[in-house]
Write a protein that binds this ligand. Structure first.
Ligand SMILES: Cc1cc2nc3c(=O)[nH]c(=O)nc-3n(C[C@H](O)[C@H](O)[C@H](O)COP(=O)(O)OP(=O)(O)OC[C@H]3O[C@@H](n4cnc5c(N)ncnc54)[C@H](O)[C@@H]3O)c2cc1C
Length: 538
């Protein structure tokens, strides 16, 4: 570790800002994190909207994608980071049947065979294909994208190094990756599965957080992105519930940053990133307070960083245009409720930890999901929204009093325009439809509800800084990935301003509670400082 001591301001105390703060502080930087809200965490937050009885994981709800290297280096376990593994899918249907995908291969085969014997046979092929892709995509996620197309010698070396790493893909592997990045999840699933039940349940992860239906190009990758995770068990795509909700992940990151010497300030909104002669000088808070720094890490949405915090005249025009064009829509609505008992599913009466502690999917078929998207495209909140539901209090007693539970429902779609002009009545009616959909497969659910919280695109943008309501700071579409994230030439966590780095989810490796942007930004900053150090010695 170098300990040359330099001043860093991190703008935004979301989990990525906190990862960068902790890692930079460990490397000897004097770090101050400035967070606009009264608590850190951004979209990884636990809140008490109904008083102290219930702790609600308000937006994001499961972890998977954070690399063990971050967890270990920041000693997050010491700061309270603990994950309960989540069980597999449970998809109950209105006709009283259900499809469950447990980890045990033989039980899983029987479950799928209820609907299609051919699909039951196809599942292992699908799983091993995904496994082989994750072997490639996993390391790519932890690679800093080179400046593709640049002819500068240093950039050419980076491009060649990437090509060399990818050589083992071969012709077939390259074709698979190309297909994955460009296909729709519908076309991909069609190659393996025929039953509406299997297509429906597996299509959901292709459209999570995306302004695209399952028949839109690029959704195959979104599915893969959600399968790459690892909670440290070495298992592909295993997800888990952090004890204390997602806010506990942020708290552990905050405490790790502080333990390493960083200062974390809340209620500290930044108004401006200060730049002089093409180099960052620090920031000015909305209060007028100025902080000077050698390095500023912008961990906020790129439209906030580059269109609000920096004078556009100080940035290249084409870069500003690209950020203006950055697409950040989702149409996602989070519906959280507190209940006085667990839902009892017609298809599986009684308590079953694999059901209640799994991912409960409400989507009867892929057509069902596509229709929900097409409703929103036509300007209406979906008539039959799909939902990805979990009940973390099944494992985690810190979230609700005994016998009561918090139910987290991730749903889509309402029109993405709700981010600017919300139709509150339509949003409430939409949430009613989500709840009625649960009631149709678990009668009595509506009556069990004690409290409800509905967070739509408007709140996501205005309260949480998720511009446009996109849950990943920018759509995971093929033209916004890897060296294009968030702009070509600047996917390496640098920016057009010397000393200003970016670490939001809109950079490569972001999209979920991954911490990878915070990790990459740290690596890039340290690399640049080493280079500067070498130059100044000569
Ligand atoms: C409904 C929903 C469900 C999701 N579910 C999951 C899930 O289950 N699992 C998963 O892995 N991911 C999930 N995600 C995605 C994941 O939560 C995000 O991608 C991730 O948390 C973003 O982290 P970040 O640090 O990049 O940005 P953010 O969390 O957005 O943090 C940015 C921070 O900057 C602050 N800020 C903004 N403006 C200023 C300013 N002017 N001055 C100072 N601070 C400022 C904000 O208040 C915020 O705290 C979900 C997201 C949503 C919205």
């Amino acid at each position: 570790m170098s300990a040359d001591g330099f001043d860093v301001v991190v703008v935004g105390g979301g989990h990525n800002g906190l990862v960068a703060a902790g890692l930079l502080a460990r490397r000897g930087a004097r770090v101050t994190v400035l967070e606009r809200r009264s608590q850190v965490g951004g979209a990884a937050t636990t809140e008490q909207p109904w008083g102290p009885e219930f702790n609600v994981t308000a937006l994001s709800y499961v972890v998977s994608l954070m690399p063990p290297t971050i967890v270990q280096e920041l000693e997050l376990a010491r700061h309270g980071y603990k994950v309960y593994p989540q069980h597999g899918y449970f998809a109950p249907y209105r006709d009283g049947r259900a499809l469950q995908l447990p980890d045990d291969p033989s039980r899983r085969r029987d479950q799928i065979a209820q609907f299609s014997k051919a699909d039951a046979e196809a599942y292992d092929r699908w799983d091993s294909w995904l496994g082989s892709l994750a072997d490639v995509l996993g390391p790519l996620l932890t690679t800093i994208p080179p400046r593709v197309g640049s002819r500068r010698p240093r950039d050419l070396v980076d491009q060649l190094q990437l090509a060399w790493r990818l050589r083992r893909l071969g012709v077939d592997g390259t074709a698979d990756v190309t297909r994955l990045f460009t296909m729709s999840i519908a076309d991909l699933l069609d190659e393996y599965f025929a039953s509406p039940q299997m297509q429906g349940v597996l299509a959901v992860s292709g459209v999570i957080g995306t302004w695209a239906g399952p028949r839109s190009a690029g959704t195959a990758y979104v599915m893969a992105h959600h399968k790459i995770g690892d909670v440290g068990e070495g298992q592909l795509g295993s997800w888990g519930f952090p004890e204390g909700g997602m806010g506990a992940v942020s708290r552990a990151l905050r405490d790790a940053a502080i333990a390493n010497g960083a200062t974390v300030r809340t209620d500290a909104p930044v108004a401006r990133i200060d730049v002089r002669d093409g180099r960052v000088r620090g920031v000015t808070l909305e209060s007028g307070e100025e902080l000077r720094a050698d390095v500023v890490v912008a961990a906020t949405h790129p439209k906030i960083t580059f269109l609000e915090h920096i004078e556009p005249a100080l940035l290249p025009t084409d870069f500003v245009e690209r950020i203006e064009r950055w697409r950040s829509r989702s149409g996602t609505v989070k519906v959280n409720v507190a209940v006085d008992r667990l839902p009892e599913f017609t298809a599986k009466p009684g308590y079953d930890p694999e059901v209640h502690g799994g991912t409960i999917v409400l989507a009867e078929s892929l057509d069902d999901i596509e229709r929900a998207f097409q409703d929103a495209v036509a300007g209406r909140a979906a008539g039959l929204p799909f939902a990805d539901i979990c009940i973390p209090s099944v494992f985690d007693p810190t979230l609700a009093p005994e016998g009561k539970h918090v139910v987290s429902m991730f749903t889509q779609w309402v029109p993405h325009t709700y981010a600017t002009t919300q139709d509150t009545a339509a949003l409430d009616a939409y949430a009613d439809r989500v709840i009625a959909r649960v009631d149709a497969v678990a009668p009595g659910f509506t009556d069990s509800i004690l409290h409800r919280q509905v967070i739509g695109p408007y709140e996501m943008e205005h309260e949480y800084g998720l511009v446009g309501g996109n849950i990943f700071h920018g759509e995971l579409s093929p033209d916004q990935m890897f060296h294009m994230r968030p702009a070509p030439g600047y996917a390496d966590f640098r920016t057009p301003i010397a000393g200003l780095y970016q670490a939001s989810s809109a950079t490569h490796g972001g999209g979920g509670v991954t911490g990878i942007p915070g990790l990459h930004a740290t690596r890039q900053i340290m690399r640049d400082r080493r280079k500067r150090g070498r130059r100044s010695r000569h």
